[in-house]
Design a protein around this ligand. Structure first.
Ligand code: SAM
Length: 290
């Protein structure tokens, strides 16, 4: 899985379906996830600085970071459609709109493996993003950029599916869920093929959403994604290569230990001892989302 296309940072680019509709469906599913909010509120309040949300999607976590006392939140994402959803969320949520008006909440449209931001952050969050980065090379680039954006005492959180949630077999096309979208029921099916290697699990994941149209026909929205779930050993090696040191690992947002059947793989890291090579800059965003 090498040779990424120039727009590979946008998970909806090149899909045979409307990106804005895929982003709306994405929110329908992801906005229901709330079990990690207390964890992120607490991490923000402990690090007490500004937060860089790398691969922020439509900003599901923004309100939590502000509730946790973040002085400033910067969300970076490669998907223009998800950033449009994030702007919509900001407009419709008074606390987010107030933070954006004070320049305490900003969006940056950029690739998480090569973004340009001059600020330093007390907390960098990479939640659900590393599997999208096309393998070890992309993950290392992302972690190296993330490390450069950490303050001396800052913490980086990597948060992905745990070993207990990874598929053990290929899965045929299966009905995942039925939900309501703009007053009509939509149905999602998915299938996946997996390939295990020494460094983790590669997954080809395809979804198909069926959406009834006003004229009674059914629109079909296909999409497909290639994912890489590193083993804990592979991820810890990449974290070290990026100039970080692993501080803690958890198997859930309730801080349970990481085990073979854990639902999450959460890794907290900081800059490696001796990484004083870069002068700490003043918080300043140089690439800003229009
Ligand atoms: C599963 S979502 C997680 C969103 C958010 N972190 C959350 O927890 O709600 C993965 C996000 O990573 C973004 N993403 C994937 N590859 C990216 C890349 N190379 N650069 C920037 N964003 C990327 C996607 O657009 C998507 O918003």
């Amino acid at each position: 899985m090498t040779g990424r296309a120039p727009d590979a940072a946008d998970i909806f680019a090149g899909q045979p379906s409307d990106p804005d509709l895929l982003a709306e469906l994405y929110d329908l599913e992801h906005d229901e996830i709330t079990e990690d909010l207390a964890f992120y509120r607490e991490m923000t309040s402990r690090t007490r600085g500004s937060v860089l949300d790398l691969g922020c999607g439509s900003g599901r976590l923004f309100g939590t970071f502000l509730d946790g006392g973040a002085r400033r939140v910067v969300g970076v994402d490669g998907s223009a459609a998800l950033l449009r959803r994030a702007r919509r969320r900001i407009r419709h949520t008074p606390a987010l709109a107030a933070a954006a008006a004070d320049a305490r909440l900003e969006l940056v449209h950029a690739d998480a493996t090569r973004f340009v931001i001059a600020a330093r952050f007390g907390l960098v969050v990479i939640a659900g993003v590393l599997p999208h980065l096309d393998g070890p090379g992309g993950v290392l680039r992302c972690l190296t950029h993330a490390r450069r954006r950490l303050t001396r005492a800052g913490r980086l959180v990597i948060d992905d599916l745990g070993p207990g949630q990874l598929p053990e077999h290929d899965l045929p096309l299966t009905l995942d869920w039925r939900r309501r979208l703009r007053g009509r029921e939509v149905v999602r099916y998915s299938q996946l093929m997996r390939e295990r290697s020494d460094d983790g699990l590669r997954v080809a994941f395809s979804t198909l959403v069926e959406r009834p149209q006003p004229d009674g026909t059914i629109a079909r929205l296909p999409a497909s994604y290639r994912l890489w779930y590193p083993s804990s050993g592979a991820l810890e090696r990449l974290v070290r290569q990026a100039g970080l040191q692993v501080e803690l690992t958890y198997g859930s947002h309730d801080l349970e230990p990481l085990q073979r059947d854990s639902e999450r793989f959460i890794l907290v890291a900081r800059r490696a001892t001796g990484d004083e090579s870069e002068r700490l800059g003043k918080p300043r965003v140089v690439a800003r989302q229009a």
